[in-house]
Design a protein around this ligand. Structure first.
Ligand code: GLA
Length: 392
């Protein structure tokens, strides 16, 4: 079983800052990773998502500089990288520093004047496992620049700027979910986000259930390109539907019958992708309503339906993820399980009866390596707060 690392990212960032720069930081900017309970691959289709912020987080200890240099020491890479704010041109260099430079670029694009800084970065959000380690770093960085420049931006504006950094600077066509929940999450709550209007509602998670997250540790090497390919497939499918229904702005507007009925122009893969998106948007709204009523058994059922749809219609699961979900579902205390995040490897999440977390985790530890020859990382996840600054 994986336990929290002995040294928190907060303490690591603090110590690394002092060691690297020989002075104290003024504050730490903290932003969490996330787990998505349901609503997968629908944020870039104007749909609804239902993620929770985790207590796993990225921490950036920082202090201002008098010039426009930004120097960042990354604890996990044992490396310091730097750039000048005036040199940012909107294209990353495909290295970890992009997740700090991208948010600075996005804020400058909004017309804000930023100040240089020294920073040390540490994170315990596992990388490339579907828990949004990159959004956590982007939001932590954005928040540090935001604080030093005394900007006035709403949480939604901050999330949009961090998403723009990922889309344009890093070059991944992601939706708004990860950055949004990292900014606006709340302890013990999931957040229902309408990715069209960006309206959001906190929904409290009943004390009778909790989430278990298990990382298959299977490589997600293709995730970036396959993700962008799915986004492109959605645009192409929508263009086909719009030939018949020009008023359709996104797949959010598509009815089930327009996707599967006799008048539908969609067949084959485009129809499969559309089936997933349209059904997942409906499932997510339903799951949020059920959770509000405390009807957790049906939320679990919808989570598993979501997995089947992602596996069969959207084709973003993997043999390891399917095994993980089957093992989770085989436990009597598991109400539902599914892959979480972009898929193609990474993590699955289970909704389990409170008190049974350790048993479910043991079952995974015991059976998953036998079935797959992979060693899973398992987390009894606590739902944490969104981004915040801790002053010193
Ligand atoms: C990644 C993206 C999100 C979302 C999920 C899939 O995490 O960053 O915007 O599309 O995949 O739901």
């Amino acid at each position: 079983m994986t336990t929290s690392p002995a040294i928190s990212p907060f303490d690591q960032a603090l110590a690394a800052f002092q060691a690297e720069f020989g002075r104290s930081p003024v504050a730490l900017s903290r932003a969490p990773g996330r787990v998505n309970v349901i609503g997968e691959h629908v944020d870039y289709n104007d749909g609804f998502v239902l993620p929770a912020a985790l207590t796993l987080e990225a921490c950036l200890a920082f202090a201002p500089r008098q010039d426009d240099r930004v120097r960042v020491h990354a604890v996990s890479y044992r490396e310091t990288a730097e750039f000048r704010l005036a040199d940012l041109v909107g294209k990353g260099c495909r290295r970890w520093i992009d997740y700090v430079a991208g948010p600075a670029w996005a804020l400058q694009e909004r017309g804000h004047a930023l100040q240089g800084l020294d920073a040390a970065l540490a994170s315990n959000v596992p990388v490339a496992s579907g828990l949004s380690s990159s959004a956590a770093v982007e939001v932590a960085a954005l928040q540090a620049f935001h604080r030093l420049a005394n900007l006035e931006m709403t949480g939604v504006e901050m999330a949009r700027a961090a998403q723009r950094a990922e889309n344009e600077y890093v070059g991944v066509s992601c939706g708004i979910m990860d950055q949004f929940i990292s900014v606006l999450g709340r302890s013990r709550h999931v957040l229902l986000i309408d990715c069209r209007s960006l309206a959001y509602t906190l929904v409290s998670v009943p004390a009778s259930v909790s989430l278990v997250i298990a990382d298959t540790t299977a490589s997600r090497a293709l995730a970036g390109s396959a993700y962008n390919a799915r986004v492109a497939e959605c645009s192409a499918g929508l263009a086909q539907l719009r030939q018949t229904w020009p008023e359709m702005v996104s797949w959010r507007d598509a009815q089930w019958d327009q996707v599967t009925g006799p008048r539908s122009p969609l067949t084959g893969k485009p129809q499969m992708r559309a089936r997933h998106v349209v059904s997942e948007i409906a499932r997510t709204q339903e799951a949020a309503a059920l959770l509000k009523r405390g009807d957790v058994a049906d939320v679990g059922r919808l989570m598993h339906e979501s997995h089947v749809s992602l596996r069969d219609d959207y084709e973003v699961s993997s043999p390891a993820l399917d095994s993980m979900v089957d093992i989770m579902m085989s436990h009597a205390a598991c109400l539902g399980a599914r892959l979480t995040g972009a898929g193609f490897g990474g993590c699955a999440v289970a909704l389990v009866k409170a008190g049974a977390e350790a048993e479910v985790m043991e079952t995974i530890q015991e059976r998953f390596p036998r079935q797959t020859a992979l060693q899973p990382q398992v987390y009894a996840s606590q739902i944490g707060d969104g981004a915040r600054i801790t002053g010193l």
